[in-house]
Design a protein around this ligand. Structure first.
Ligand code: HEC
Length: 193
């Protein structure tokens, strides 16, 4: 049977794109081999407070805000990638080793493509909830590390509360799960039913 050349080329390109960066197939084995020793529930090691084998926990470090380790679609702003790539970083990871160039390339691609754990998952529409009226412009929020954040409530957005920073009025999404129980309740109370 005769297939025109460009048909072959197109199906080849599709195959490459579809398989670009699959967390379970490409990324998890790299983390398992190089990071779980110090960052996994399996080994009961949570160095620096980071766990990469329980995805529910790892997910809390992935968000588009200044405190997240991984910013989906923004590898250059992802601290997680910075400490792996930059051998001179004071907290270079893994501490006494260096990931191969091909491992770093895979992780970079995975972050560029949105750092999803399931590449086939449909992108869900994020449910947002507007604020109640008459909220104080600045409230106190405490996170799990006991740090206090002074900020205004903007809205609930999926698993995040969007806060307004008083210094520059920037809107910053913050994972609800990283707030104290009291502050999570405050966030839910601030949202109109
Ligand atoms: C031998 C143990 C060990 C291994 C292996 C290891 N880490 Fe770490 N990691 C640590 C320690 C200890 C800290 C806390 C460092 C600190 O706070 O000074 C840390 C902190 C981090 C941080 C936070 C850095 C910061 O600037 O606060 C990230 C991100 C991280 N590790 C990612 C990784 C990744 C990704 C891997 C695998 C590629 C890895 N680590 C492998 C021990 C390890």
């Amino acid at each position: 049977m005769f297939l025109p050349r460009h048909t072959l080329l197109i199906s080849f390109l599709c195959a490459v794109t579809a398989g670009a960066a699959d967390f379970k197939k490409d990324i998890q084995p790299i983390l398992e081999k190089n990071c779980y020793e110090c960052h996994s529930e399996k080994n009961k090691k949570r160095k620096g407070g980071f766990v990469f084998d329980v995805l529910e926990t790892f997910k809390l470090d992935i968000a588009d805000n200044d405190v997240a380790q991984i910013r989906p679609g923004k590898p250059a702003e992802s601290h997680f990638l910075e400490v792996i790539v930059n051998a001179n970083h004071e907290r270079h990871m893994p501490p006494d080793d260096q990931l191969s160039a091909s491992d770093i390339k895979k992780i970079t691609e995975w972050i560029s493509e949105g750092a999803s754990f399931d590449k086939d998952a449909p992108k869900l529409a994020v449910a947002t909830t507007a604020p109640k009226k008459d909220l104080p412009p600045i409230m106190s929020w405490t996170n799990l590390e006991g740090k206090t954040i002074k900020a205004g409530f903007v809205r609930l957005e999926g698993e995040n509360v969007v806060l307004r920073m008083p210094a520059n009025a920037a809107e910053v999404p913050y994972p609800l799960a990283k707030l104290s129980a009291e502050s999570q309740k405050l966030a839910r109370d601030c949202a109109a039913p």
